[in-house]
Design a binder for this molecule. Structure first.
Ligand code: ADP
Ligand code: MG
Length: 341
């Protein structure tokens, strides 16, 4: 990273609700960290960033606040989001040359105010030209789809805060659906389940681990069982219980149903010629939520279409942003226009 900063100054950023990834032109992915910051409550000064801040979740004292500024897919806290973005950019440029051209991948549902905030932050970090790229478009490019051709492709990107579903053809998004139900809601559903069924309070990180290890969307060939530690809500003391993947599947039912319904709803609104293409090609899943066991099968059953999980789904968006950066002229048409005063 240190050497890179001297030579290149173009980057693409996947500013995700859960993870931020940065691609440096000619170098590939140079940063992959949780979108988390820890700051001092009184001075609002940044204390920690990324992995370091993530490790502090649920373990801080009252002077420190640990937040995910983009939590719900939108910018929940402008000031903090801005300093996080600036700090990440500074980290990869190592405080040397500021980036010249910056592509930021943003949710399709982003408002004008949020777009402005994203551009302002990148400009504050020294960027000369800031371009915005819709996340599902970036994901499609990242998984190797030729987005320029007149063929319909459906991408379902399941992140932390939002699920973004889009039909892409001829370098544009033809139809889209965005719901604020994704990985975080799955994690939250597990927390609620323990509270209701076991009178037990478990932390967010514990719940996320359970989800990733044994969470599923369809019955598994081999069901799992794991030990979970938390605090008993009645006695108030720490406790350990064993849970099965069947139980967790049950807990995840609600958010999964919402995602399935959103996919069905967009399929209904897809123009028939493009629907025919999707029938042939199937649906591609990206984002960390795509890794939930059996989610592809669940969507296959609901849609009766082939569903594929992208290779390395967590990096699809930034790889797409990277490709746009590397072949900038060929991909002009997929970008949102830069702001000109
Ligand atoms: P974003 O683009 O919003 O930053 P990501 O695409 O990075 O989101 O995905 C993060 C989400 O994916 C988190 O909610 C995380 O818990 C979830 N996730 C990561 N790995 C898995 C897994 N193996 N099973 C289920 N969910 C996963
Ligand atoms: Mg994402």
């Amino acid at each position: 990273m240190v050497a890179w900063s001297l030579f290149s100054s173009d980057i693409a950023i996947d500013l995700g609700t859960a993870n931020t990834l940065i691609w440096a032109k000619g170098h590939g992915i140079v940063l992959n960290e949780p979108s988390v910051v820890a700051y001092d409550r009184t001075t609002r000064q940044l204390i920690a960033l990324g992995h370091e801040a993530h490790a502090m979740i649920g373990k801080t004292h009252r002077d420190i606040r640990v937040v995910r500024p983009l939590k719900d897919g939108v910018i929940a806290d402008f000031e903090i989001a801005e300093s996080m973005l600036r700090a990440f950019i500074r980290r990869v440029t190592n405080g040397m040359l500021p980036p010249r051209r910056v592509i930021v991948c943003v949710p399709v549902g982003i408002t004008e105010v949020e777009k402005r905030a994203v551009r302002d932050s990148a400009e504050q970090a020294g960027a000369k030209d800031v371009y915005l790229l819709a996340e599902p478009m970036a994901a499609a490019i990242g998984v190797g789809i030729d987005v320029h051709e007149p063929t319909g492709n459906m991408i379902v990107d399941i992140g932390g805060g939002t699920t973004e579903i889009a039909v892409i053809a001829l370098s544009g998004i033809v139809a889209e659906e965005s719901v604020r139900i994704a990985g975080d809601e799955m994690t939250n559903a597990i927390i609620q389940y323990f509270r209701r069924q076991h009178n037990m309070l478990i932390g967010e990180r514990t719940a996320e681990t359970i989800k990733c290890q044994i969470g599923s969307a369809v019955p598994l060939e081999e069901e799992y069982e794991i030990e979970v530690r938390g605090r008993n809500l009645v006695t108030g003391i720490p406790q350990m219980i064993r849970v099965t993947s069947e139980e967790i599947r049950h807990a995840l039912e609600e958010p999964i149903t919402v995602i399935v319904q959103a996919v069905l709803s967009l399929l209904e609104r897809t123009p028939p010629e493009l629907a025919a293409d999707i029938y042939d090609r199937g649906i591609v899943l990206t984002g960390g939520g795509a890794l939930l066991k059996g989610l592809d099968r669940r969507l296959e059953e609901a849609t009766e279409l082939p569903v594929h999980v992208a290779e390395d789904p967590l990096t699809a968006v930034v790889r797409g942003g990277g490709k746009v950066l590397e072949e900038f002229e060929a991909y002009q048409s997929v970008l949102l226009k830069p702001r000109r005063l």
